[in-house]
Design a protein around this ligand. Structure first.
Ligand code: FAD
Length: 398
């Protein structure tokens, strides 16, 4: 039986050093036996560093940086025999001795693929903007079948910070992960609620949203009469107490470079959010009516939502959505709002593969000499348990 003590013995780390964050989905058949754990030694690129160091030990591996693969080369029988890549503006052909392994990650930053696969738009990502689904397209061109292209995992949201502009060509280069989340039962940061574009609450704010996209059924509601996604983005409404508790979004200093954007934006979010109010990333109103006017919300709707919510805080019962009573506190002005979009970690799909990581065609036959590994064809599917992706990348890569 896997438990904290067993993992502690296995890893030589104390139980407190181990951050065990699963099973996430005990309701899944077999889900209760899944354990994922991490420790500080895998943070800040250290997992990558150890893999890289090992790869360097093989003198027969030649690394070609700045040389993106473009197409696969096949012979007359359809065997994959090499890759066409781009180097210094020219195309080069690279011959494969035994086979080609596609390890190009997911399609987080292929906007067309995301729009075609997901139930709503916009959706952003926390990973590298260089994952543009190239390997998926290359595999498709030689007949690969695809699986569960609509699958991804998600953390909490993302905020757009116009003018931050550090993304080196990503389609929204001023994106920062938003921290607003009430996942922990002991949450002390609870002076907020969410409303849609029209100023109405739409979900229990304490609903878990870890890796399983626990909020997707709320965020991706499409109003077919109004012809809009009223919750993309949604507004986080918070009060002065919340704003003074700490940054509502991640910055360099706050999250140990957990995402590509916090690592590369080099932006440190102010501790009381005042700098971001001044920049216009967060809206502020001395009264709820002032704030509603800035958010273009119909007069009176946001004030009514606030009054109803504050009433729930008094009784300790959220009669509409069932948010836990111990997280309900009345909000008092001044008020703030920040627009939040869905923010996935990465995609969980791509070319179909078998247990030998051979890429399969549309009829499930292996495409000779073609393999796809890791996130390029990730196998997990719709309900993702944290910890799988890196394990899968290493196992399928091996
Ligand atoms: C913020 C964040 C936190 C995460 N936390 C965890 C975690 O705790 N545990 C876990 O298991 N997983 C986690 N994941 C997921 C995990 O990191 C990825 O699934 C994993 O790194 C995928 O590895 P990969 O080698 O398949 O692809 P990637 O690491 O995405 O690498 C793909 C590489 O291919 C390159 N590339 C793209 N196109 C081309 C091309 N045409 N030619 C050449 N190169 C190309 C890209 O630049 C990139 O360097 C997290 C992801 C994110 C974004």
């Amino acid at each position: 039986m896997l438990n904290d003590e067993y993992l502690s013995t296995m890893t030589g780390m104390s139980v407190t050093e181990l951050a065990i964050f699963s099973p996430e989905f005990e309701a899944l058949p077999g889900g209760s036996v899944i354990q994922a754990f991490s420790n500080k030694s895998t943070s800040n690129g250290q997992l990558w560093a150890s893999l890289h160091t090992t790869a360097l030990e093989y003198s027969n591996i030649r690394f070609l940086f700045e040389t993106p693969g473009l197409r696969l080369i096949t012979n007359a029988d359809g065997d994959v025999i090499g890759v066409v890549a781009s180097q210094n503006g020219s195309e080069v052909n690279i011959k494969a001795k035994k086979g080609v392994v596609l390890a190009t990650g997911g399609y987080e930053y292929n906007r067309l693929m995301i729009e075609n696969s997901y139930p709503g738009w916009p959706v952003f990502s926390r990973g590298t903007p260089y994952n543009t689904g190239d390997g998926i397209l290359m595999a498709q061109k030689v007949g690969a079948g695809l699986w569960h292209m609509n699958a991804s995992d998600s953390g909490s949201g993302a905020a757009l910070c116009p003018g931050l502009n550090f993304g080196h060509g990503a389609y929204d280069s001023d994106l920062v992960p938003a921290n607003m989340s009430l996942n922990s039962p002991s949450a002390t940061r609870n002076h907020f609620f969410f409303v849609d574009k029209h100023g109405k609450r739409f979900m229990p704010e304490d609903r878990p949203d870890g890796h399983g996209y626990g909020r997707r059924e709320y965020l991706f509601f499409y109003d077919g009469v109004a012809c809009e996604w009223p919750r993309l983005p949604y507004w986080d409404i918070l009060d002065d107490t919340e704003a003074k508790k700490g940054p509502v979004c991640s910055g360099k200093a706050q999250d140990r470079m957990f995402t590509w954007f916090t690592a590369h934006s080099n932006y440190t979010w102010s501790s009381d959010n005042s700098a971001e109010v001044a920049k216009g990333w967060i809206f502020k109103g001395d009264t709820i009516e002032d704030l509603a006017a800035k958010l273009n919300i119909e007069l009176g709707v946001l004030a009514e939502t606030l009054a109803t919510y504050n009433g729930y805080a008094t009784t300790g019962v959220d009669a509409e959505f069932g948010r836990r009573g111990d997280t309900l506190v009345a909000l008092e002005g001044p008020f703030y709002a920040i627009a939040v979009y869905p923010n996935q970690y990465n995609t969980q799909s791509g070319p179909k593969r078998n247990t030998n990581a051979q890429t399969l065609d549309a009829f499930d036959n292996p495409i000779p000499r073609l393999y796809n590994v890791g996130e390029c064809g990730a196998g997990y599917g719709w309900v993702y348990n944290g910890g799988w992706n890196n394990a899968e990348a290493m196992v399928t890569g091996k």
